[in-house]
Design a protein around this ligand. Structure first.
Ligand SMILES: *Cc1c(COP(=O)(O)O)cnc(C)c1O
Length: 374
């Protein structure tokens, strides 16, 4: 069986995890957390970066930091993972879902503009497949309406909008180091705080509402409960694993890029004949090889292709069922139509893409897809 994803040991993961155990401090904010924080402070100059247990948790921190309260409206794409929505639903926000663009799963800026009301507090965007959203339009909308912007950049490490790194546009941005993402440590995430006004409170919320981070730096003589918060810190064991991945960021990216390019070149024939389409690559954004997706003509073809691949020992998957059609949302809201999000959800397939995927396996995947369309 060719799996959809396989964790990849890029270098010193095991050495560093062992070293973390030997150091005798494996809880949060230890040696390796600080090493990763140092890496990210070079990566995001001028921003405050905090490792979290997941991107889900980083999003929950974001909702706490911008003081989302019951009744606040939060605008977000429907075509995303439920974590993007949960963080704000947990604070009692009213979720306002936007459609995807006609030619890409990313959020449609025109739909954001239409949905702003006097209760809108924040816009959350998702850089789907690591492809940048239309940042100029989105920044104009949030600035002229005085809203918070949060980037769910879970899939967007090493990606740019016109040479500016994704994760640096929002007041806050979140990344995922879940096993299925480009850089991973099993479960893990990162909160990037770009707005200086939120620096201080971010590390308090991160540490269960205490000033323990300041205490460990020797800035206060005792630590105390001073705000709401939770346990958002990543264990140092995971941070040790993550550090080894970060050291090999470019090696991992090169491997992923080669696999991505191979799919792109060898499946192009099928796009020429129109039986499949690729996701659009906008010239304003870079491709970080997070995922390789093909779009089928309809849902039946898509499902049949997934089955065909499975009977030939290949695990391909599709995702997101649009959140505006989810049982949880519909239990509280009336049904609406977001046609672009619905369309991509019915037609998309993600192919296996991980650094240790061999050329032989990739050839098998490509041949099996070609055979299906013959
Ligand atoms: C993976 C993902 C998440 C969740 O990340 P976790 O680290 O698993 O919590 C959230 N949003 C998007 C867009 C994702 O792709």
């Amino acid at each position: 069986m060719i799996p959809f994803n396989k964790p990849y040991l890029a270098g010193n993961e095991i050495v560093y995890v062992e070293e973390s155990i030997r150091r005798g401090k494996i809880s949060g904010n230890g040696h390796y957390t600080q090493e990763c924080h140092a890496f990210f402070s070079r990566y995001f100059p001028g921003s405050k970066c905090l490792l979290t247990t997941s991107c889900t948790d980083a999003l929950e921190m974001a909702a706490l930091l911008i003081n989302i309260e019951a009744g606040d409206e939060v605008i977000l794409p429907s075509y995303t993972f439920c974590s993007t929505a949960n963080a704000f639903a947990l604070r009692g926000a009213k979720l306002i879902f936007c459609d995807s663009m006609e030619n890409h799963p990313n959020i449609d800026p025109d739909d954001i503009r239409r949905k702003i009301t006097s209760k809108t507090k924040a816009v959350v965007i998702v850089h789907y497949a690591g492809m940048a959203c239309q940042m100029e339009e989105i920044l104009e909308i949030v600035q002229s309406n005085n809203l918070f912007l949060i980037e769910d950049a879970a899939q967007a490490i090493e990606s740019f909008y016109k040479k500016k790194r994704l994760g640096t546009f929002g007041h806050l941005a979140t990344f995922s180091f879940h096993e299925t993402k480009n850089i991973n440590c099993g479960e893990g995430g990162l909160l990037v705080v770009n707005d200086r006004r939120l620096f201080n409170r971010s590390e308090i919320i991160w540490e269960k509402g205490t000033n323990r981070a300041a205490f460990s730096r020797g800035e206060v003589s005792k630590y105390n409960w001073i705000d709401i918060g939770s346990s958002f810190l990543l264990s140092d064991l995971n941070a040790a694993y993550l550090k080894a991945q970060l050291e090999n960021l470019s090696k991992i990216q090169t491997k992923r890029q080669n696999i991505w390019n191979e799919y792109d070149i060898r499946l192009k024939k099928l796009t020429n004949s129109g039986v499949i389409h690729f996701l659009k690559q906008f010239e304003y954004g870079t491709n970080n090889a997070h995922l390789f997706a093909i779009l089928c003509q309809d849902e039946n073809t898509r499902n049949a292709l997934i089955d065909h691949l499975k009977t030939h020992g290949i695990l391909a998957v599709f995702h997101y069922l649009p959140l505006h059609k989810s049982p949880f949302y519909l239990s509280k809201n009336t049904e609406e139509s977001l046609p672009n999000a619905e369309k991509v959800s019915k037609s998309i397939i993600r192919l296996p893409l991980y650094p240790s995927l061999t050329m032989k396996e990739q050839t098998q995947i490509i041949n099996t897809i070609e055979e299906f369309f013959r």
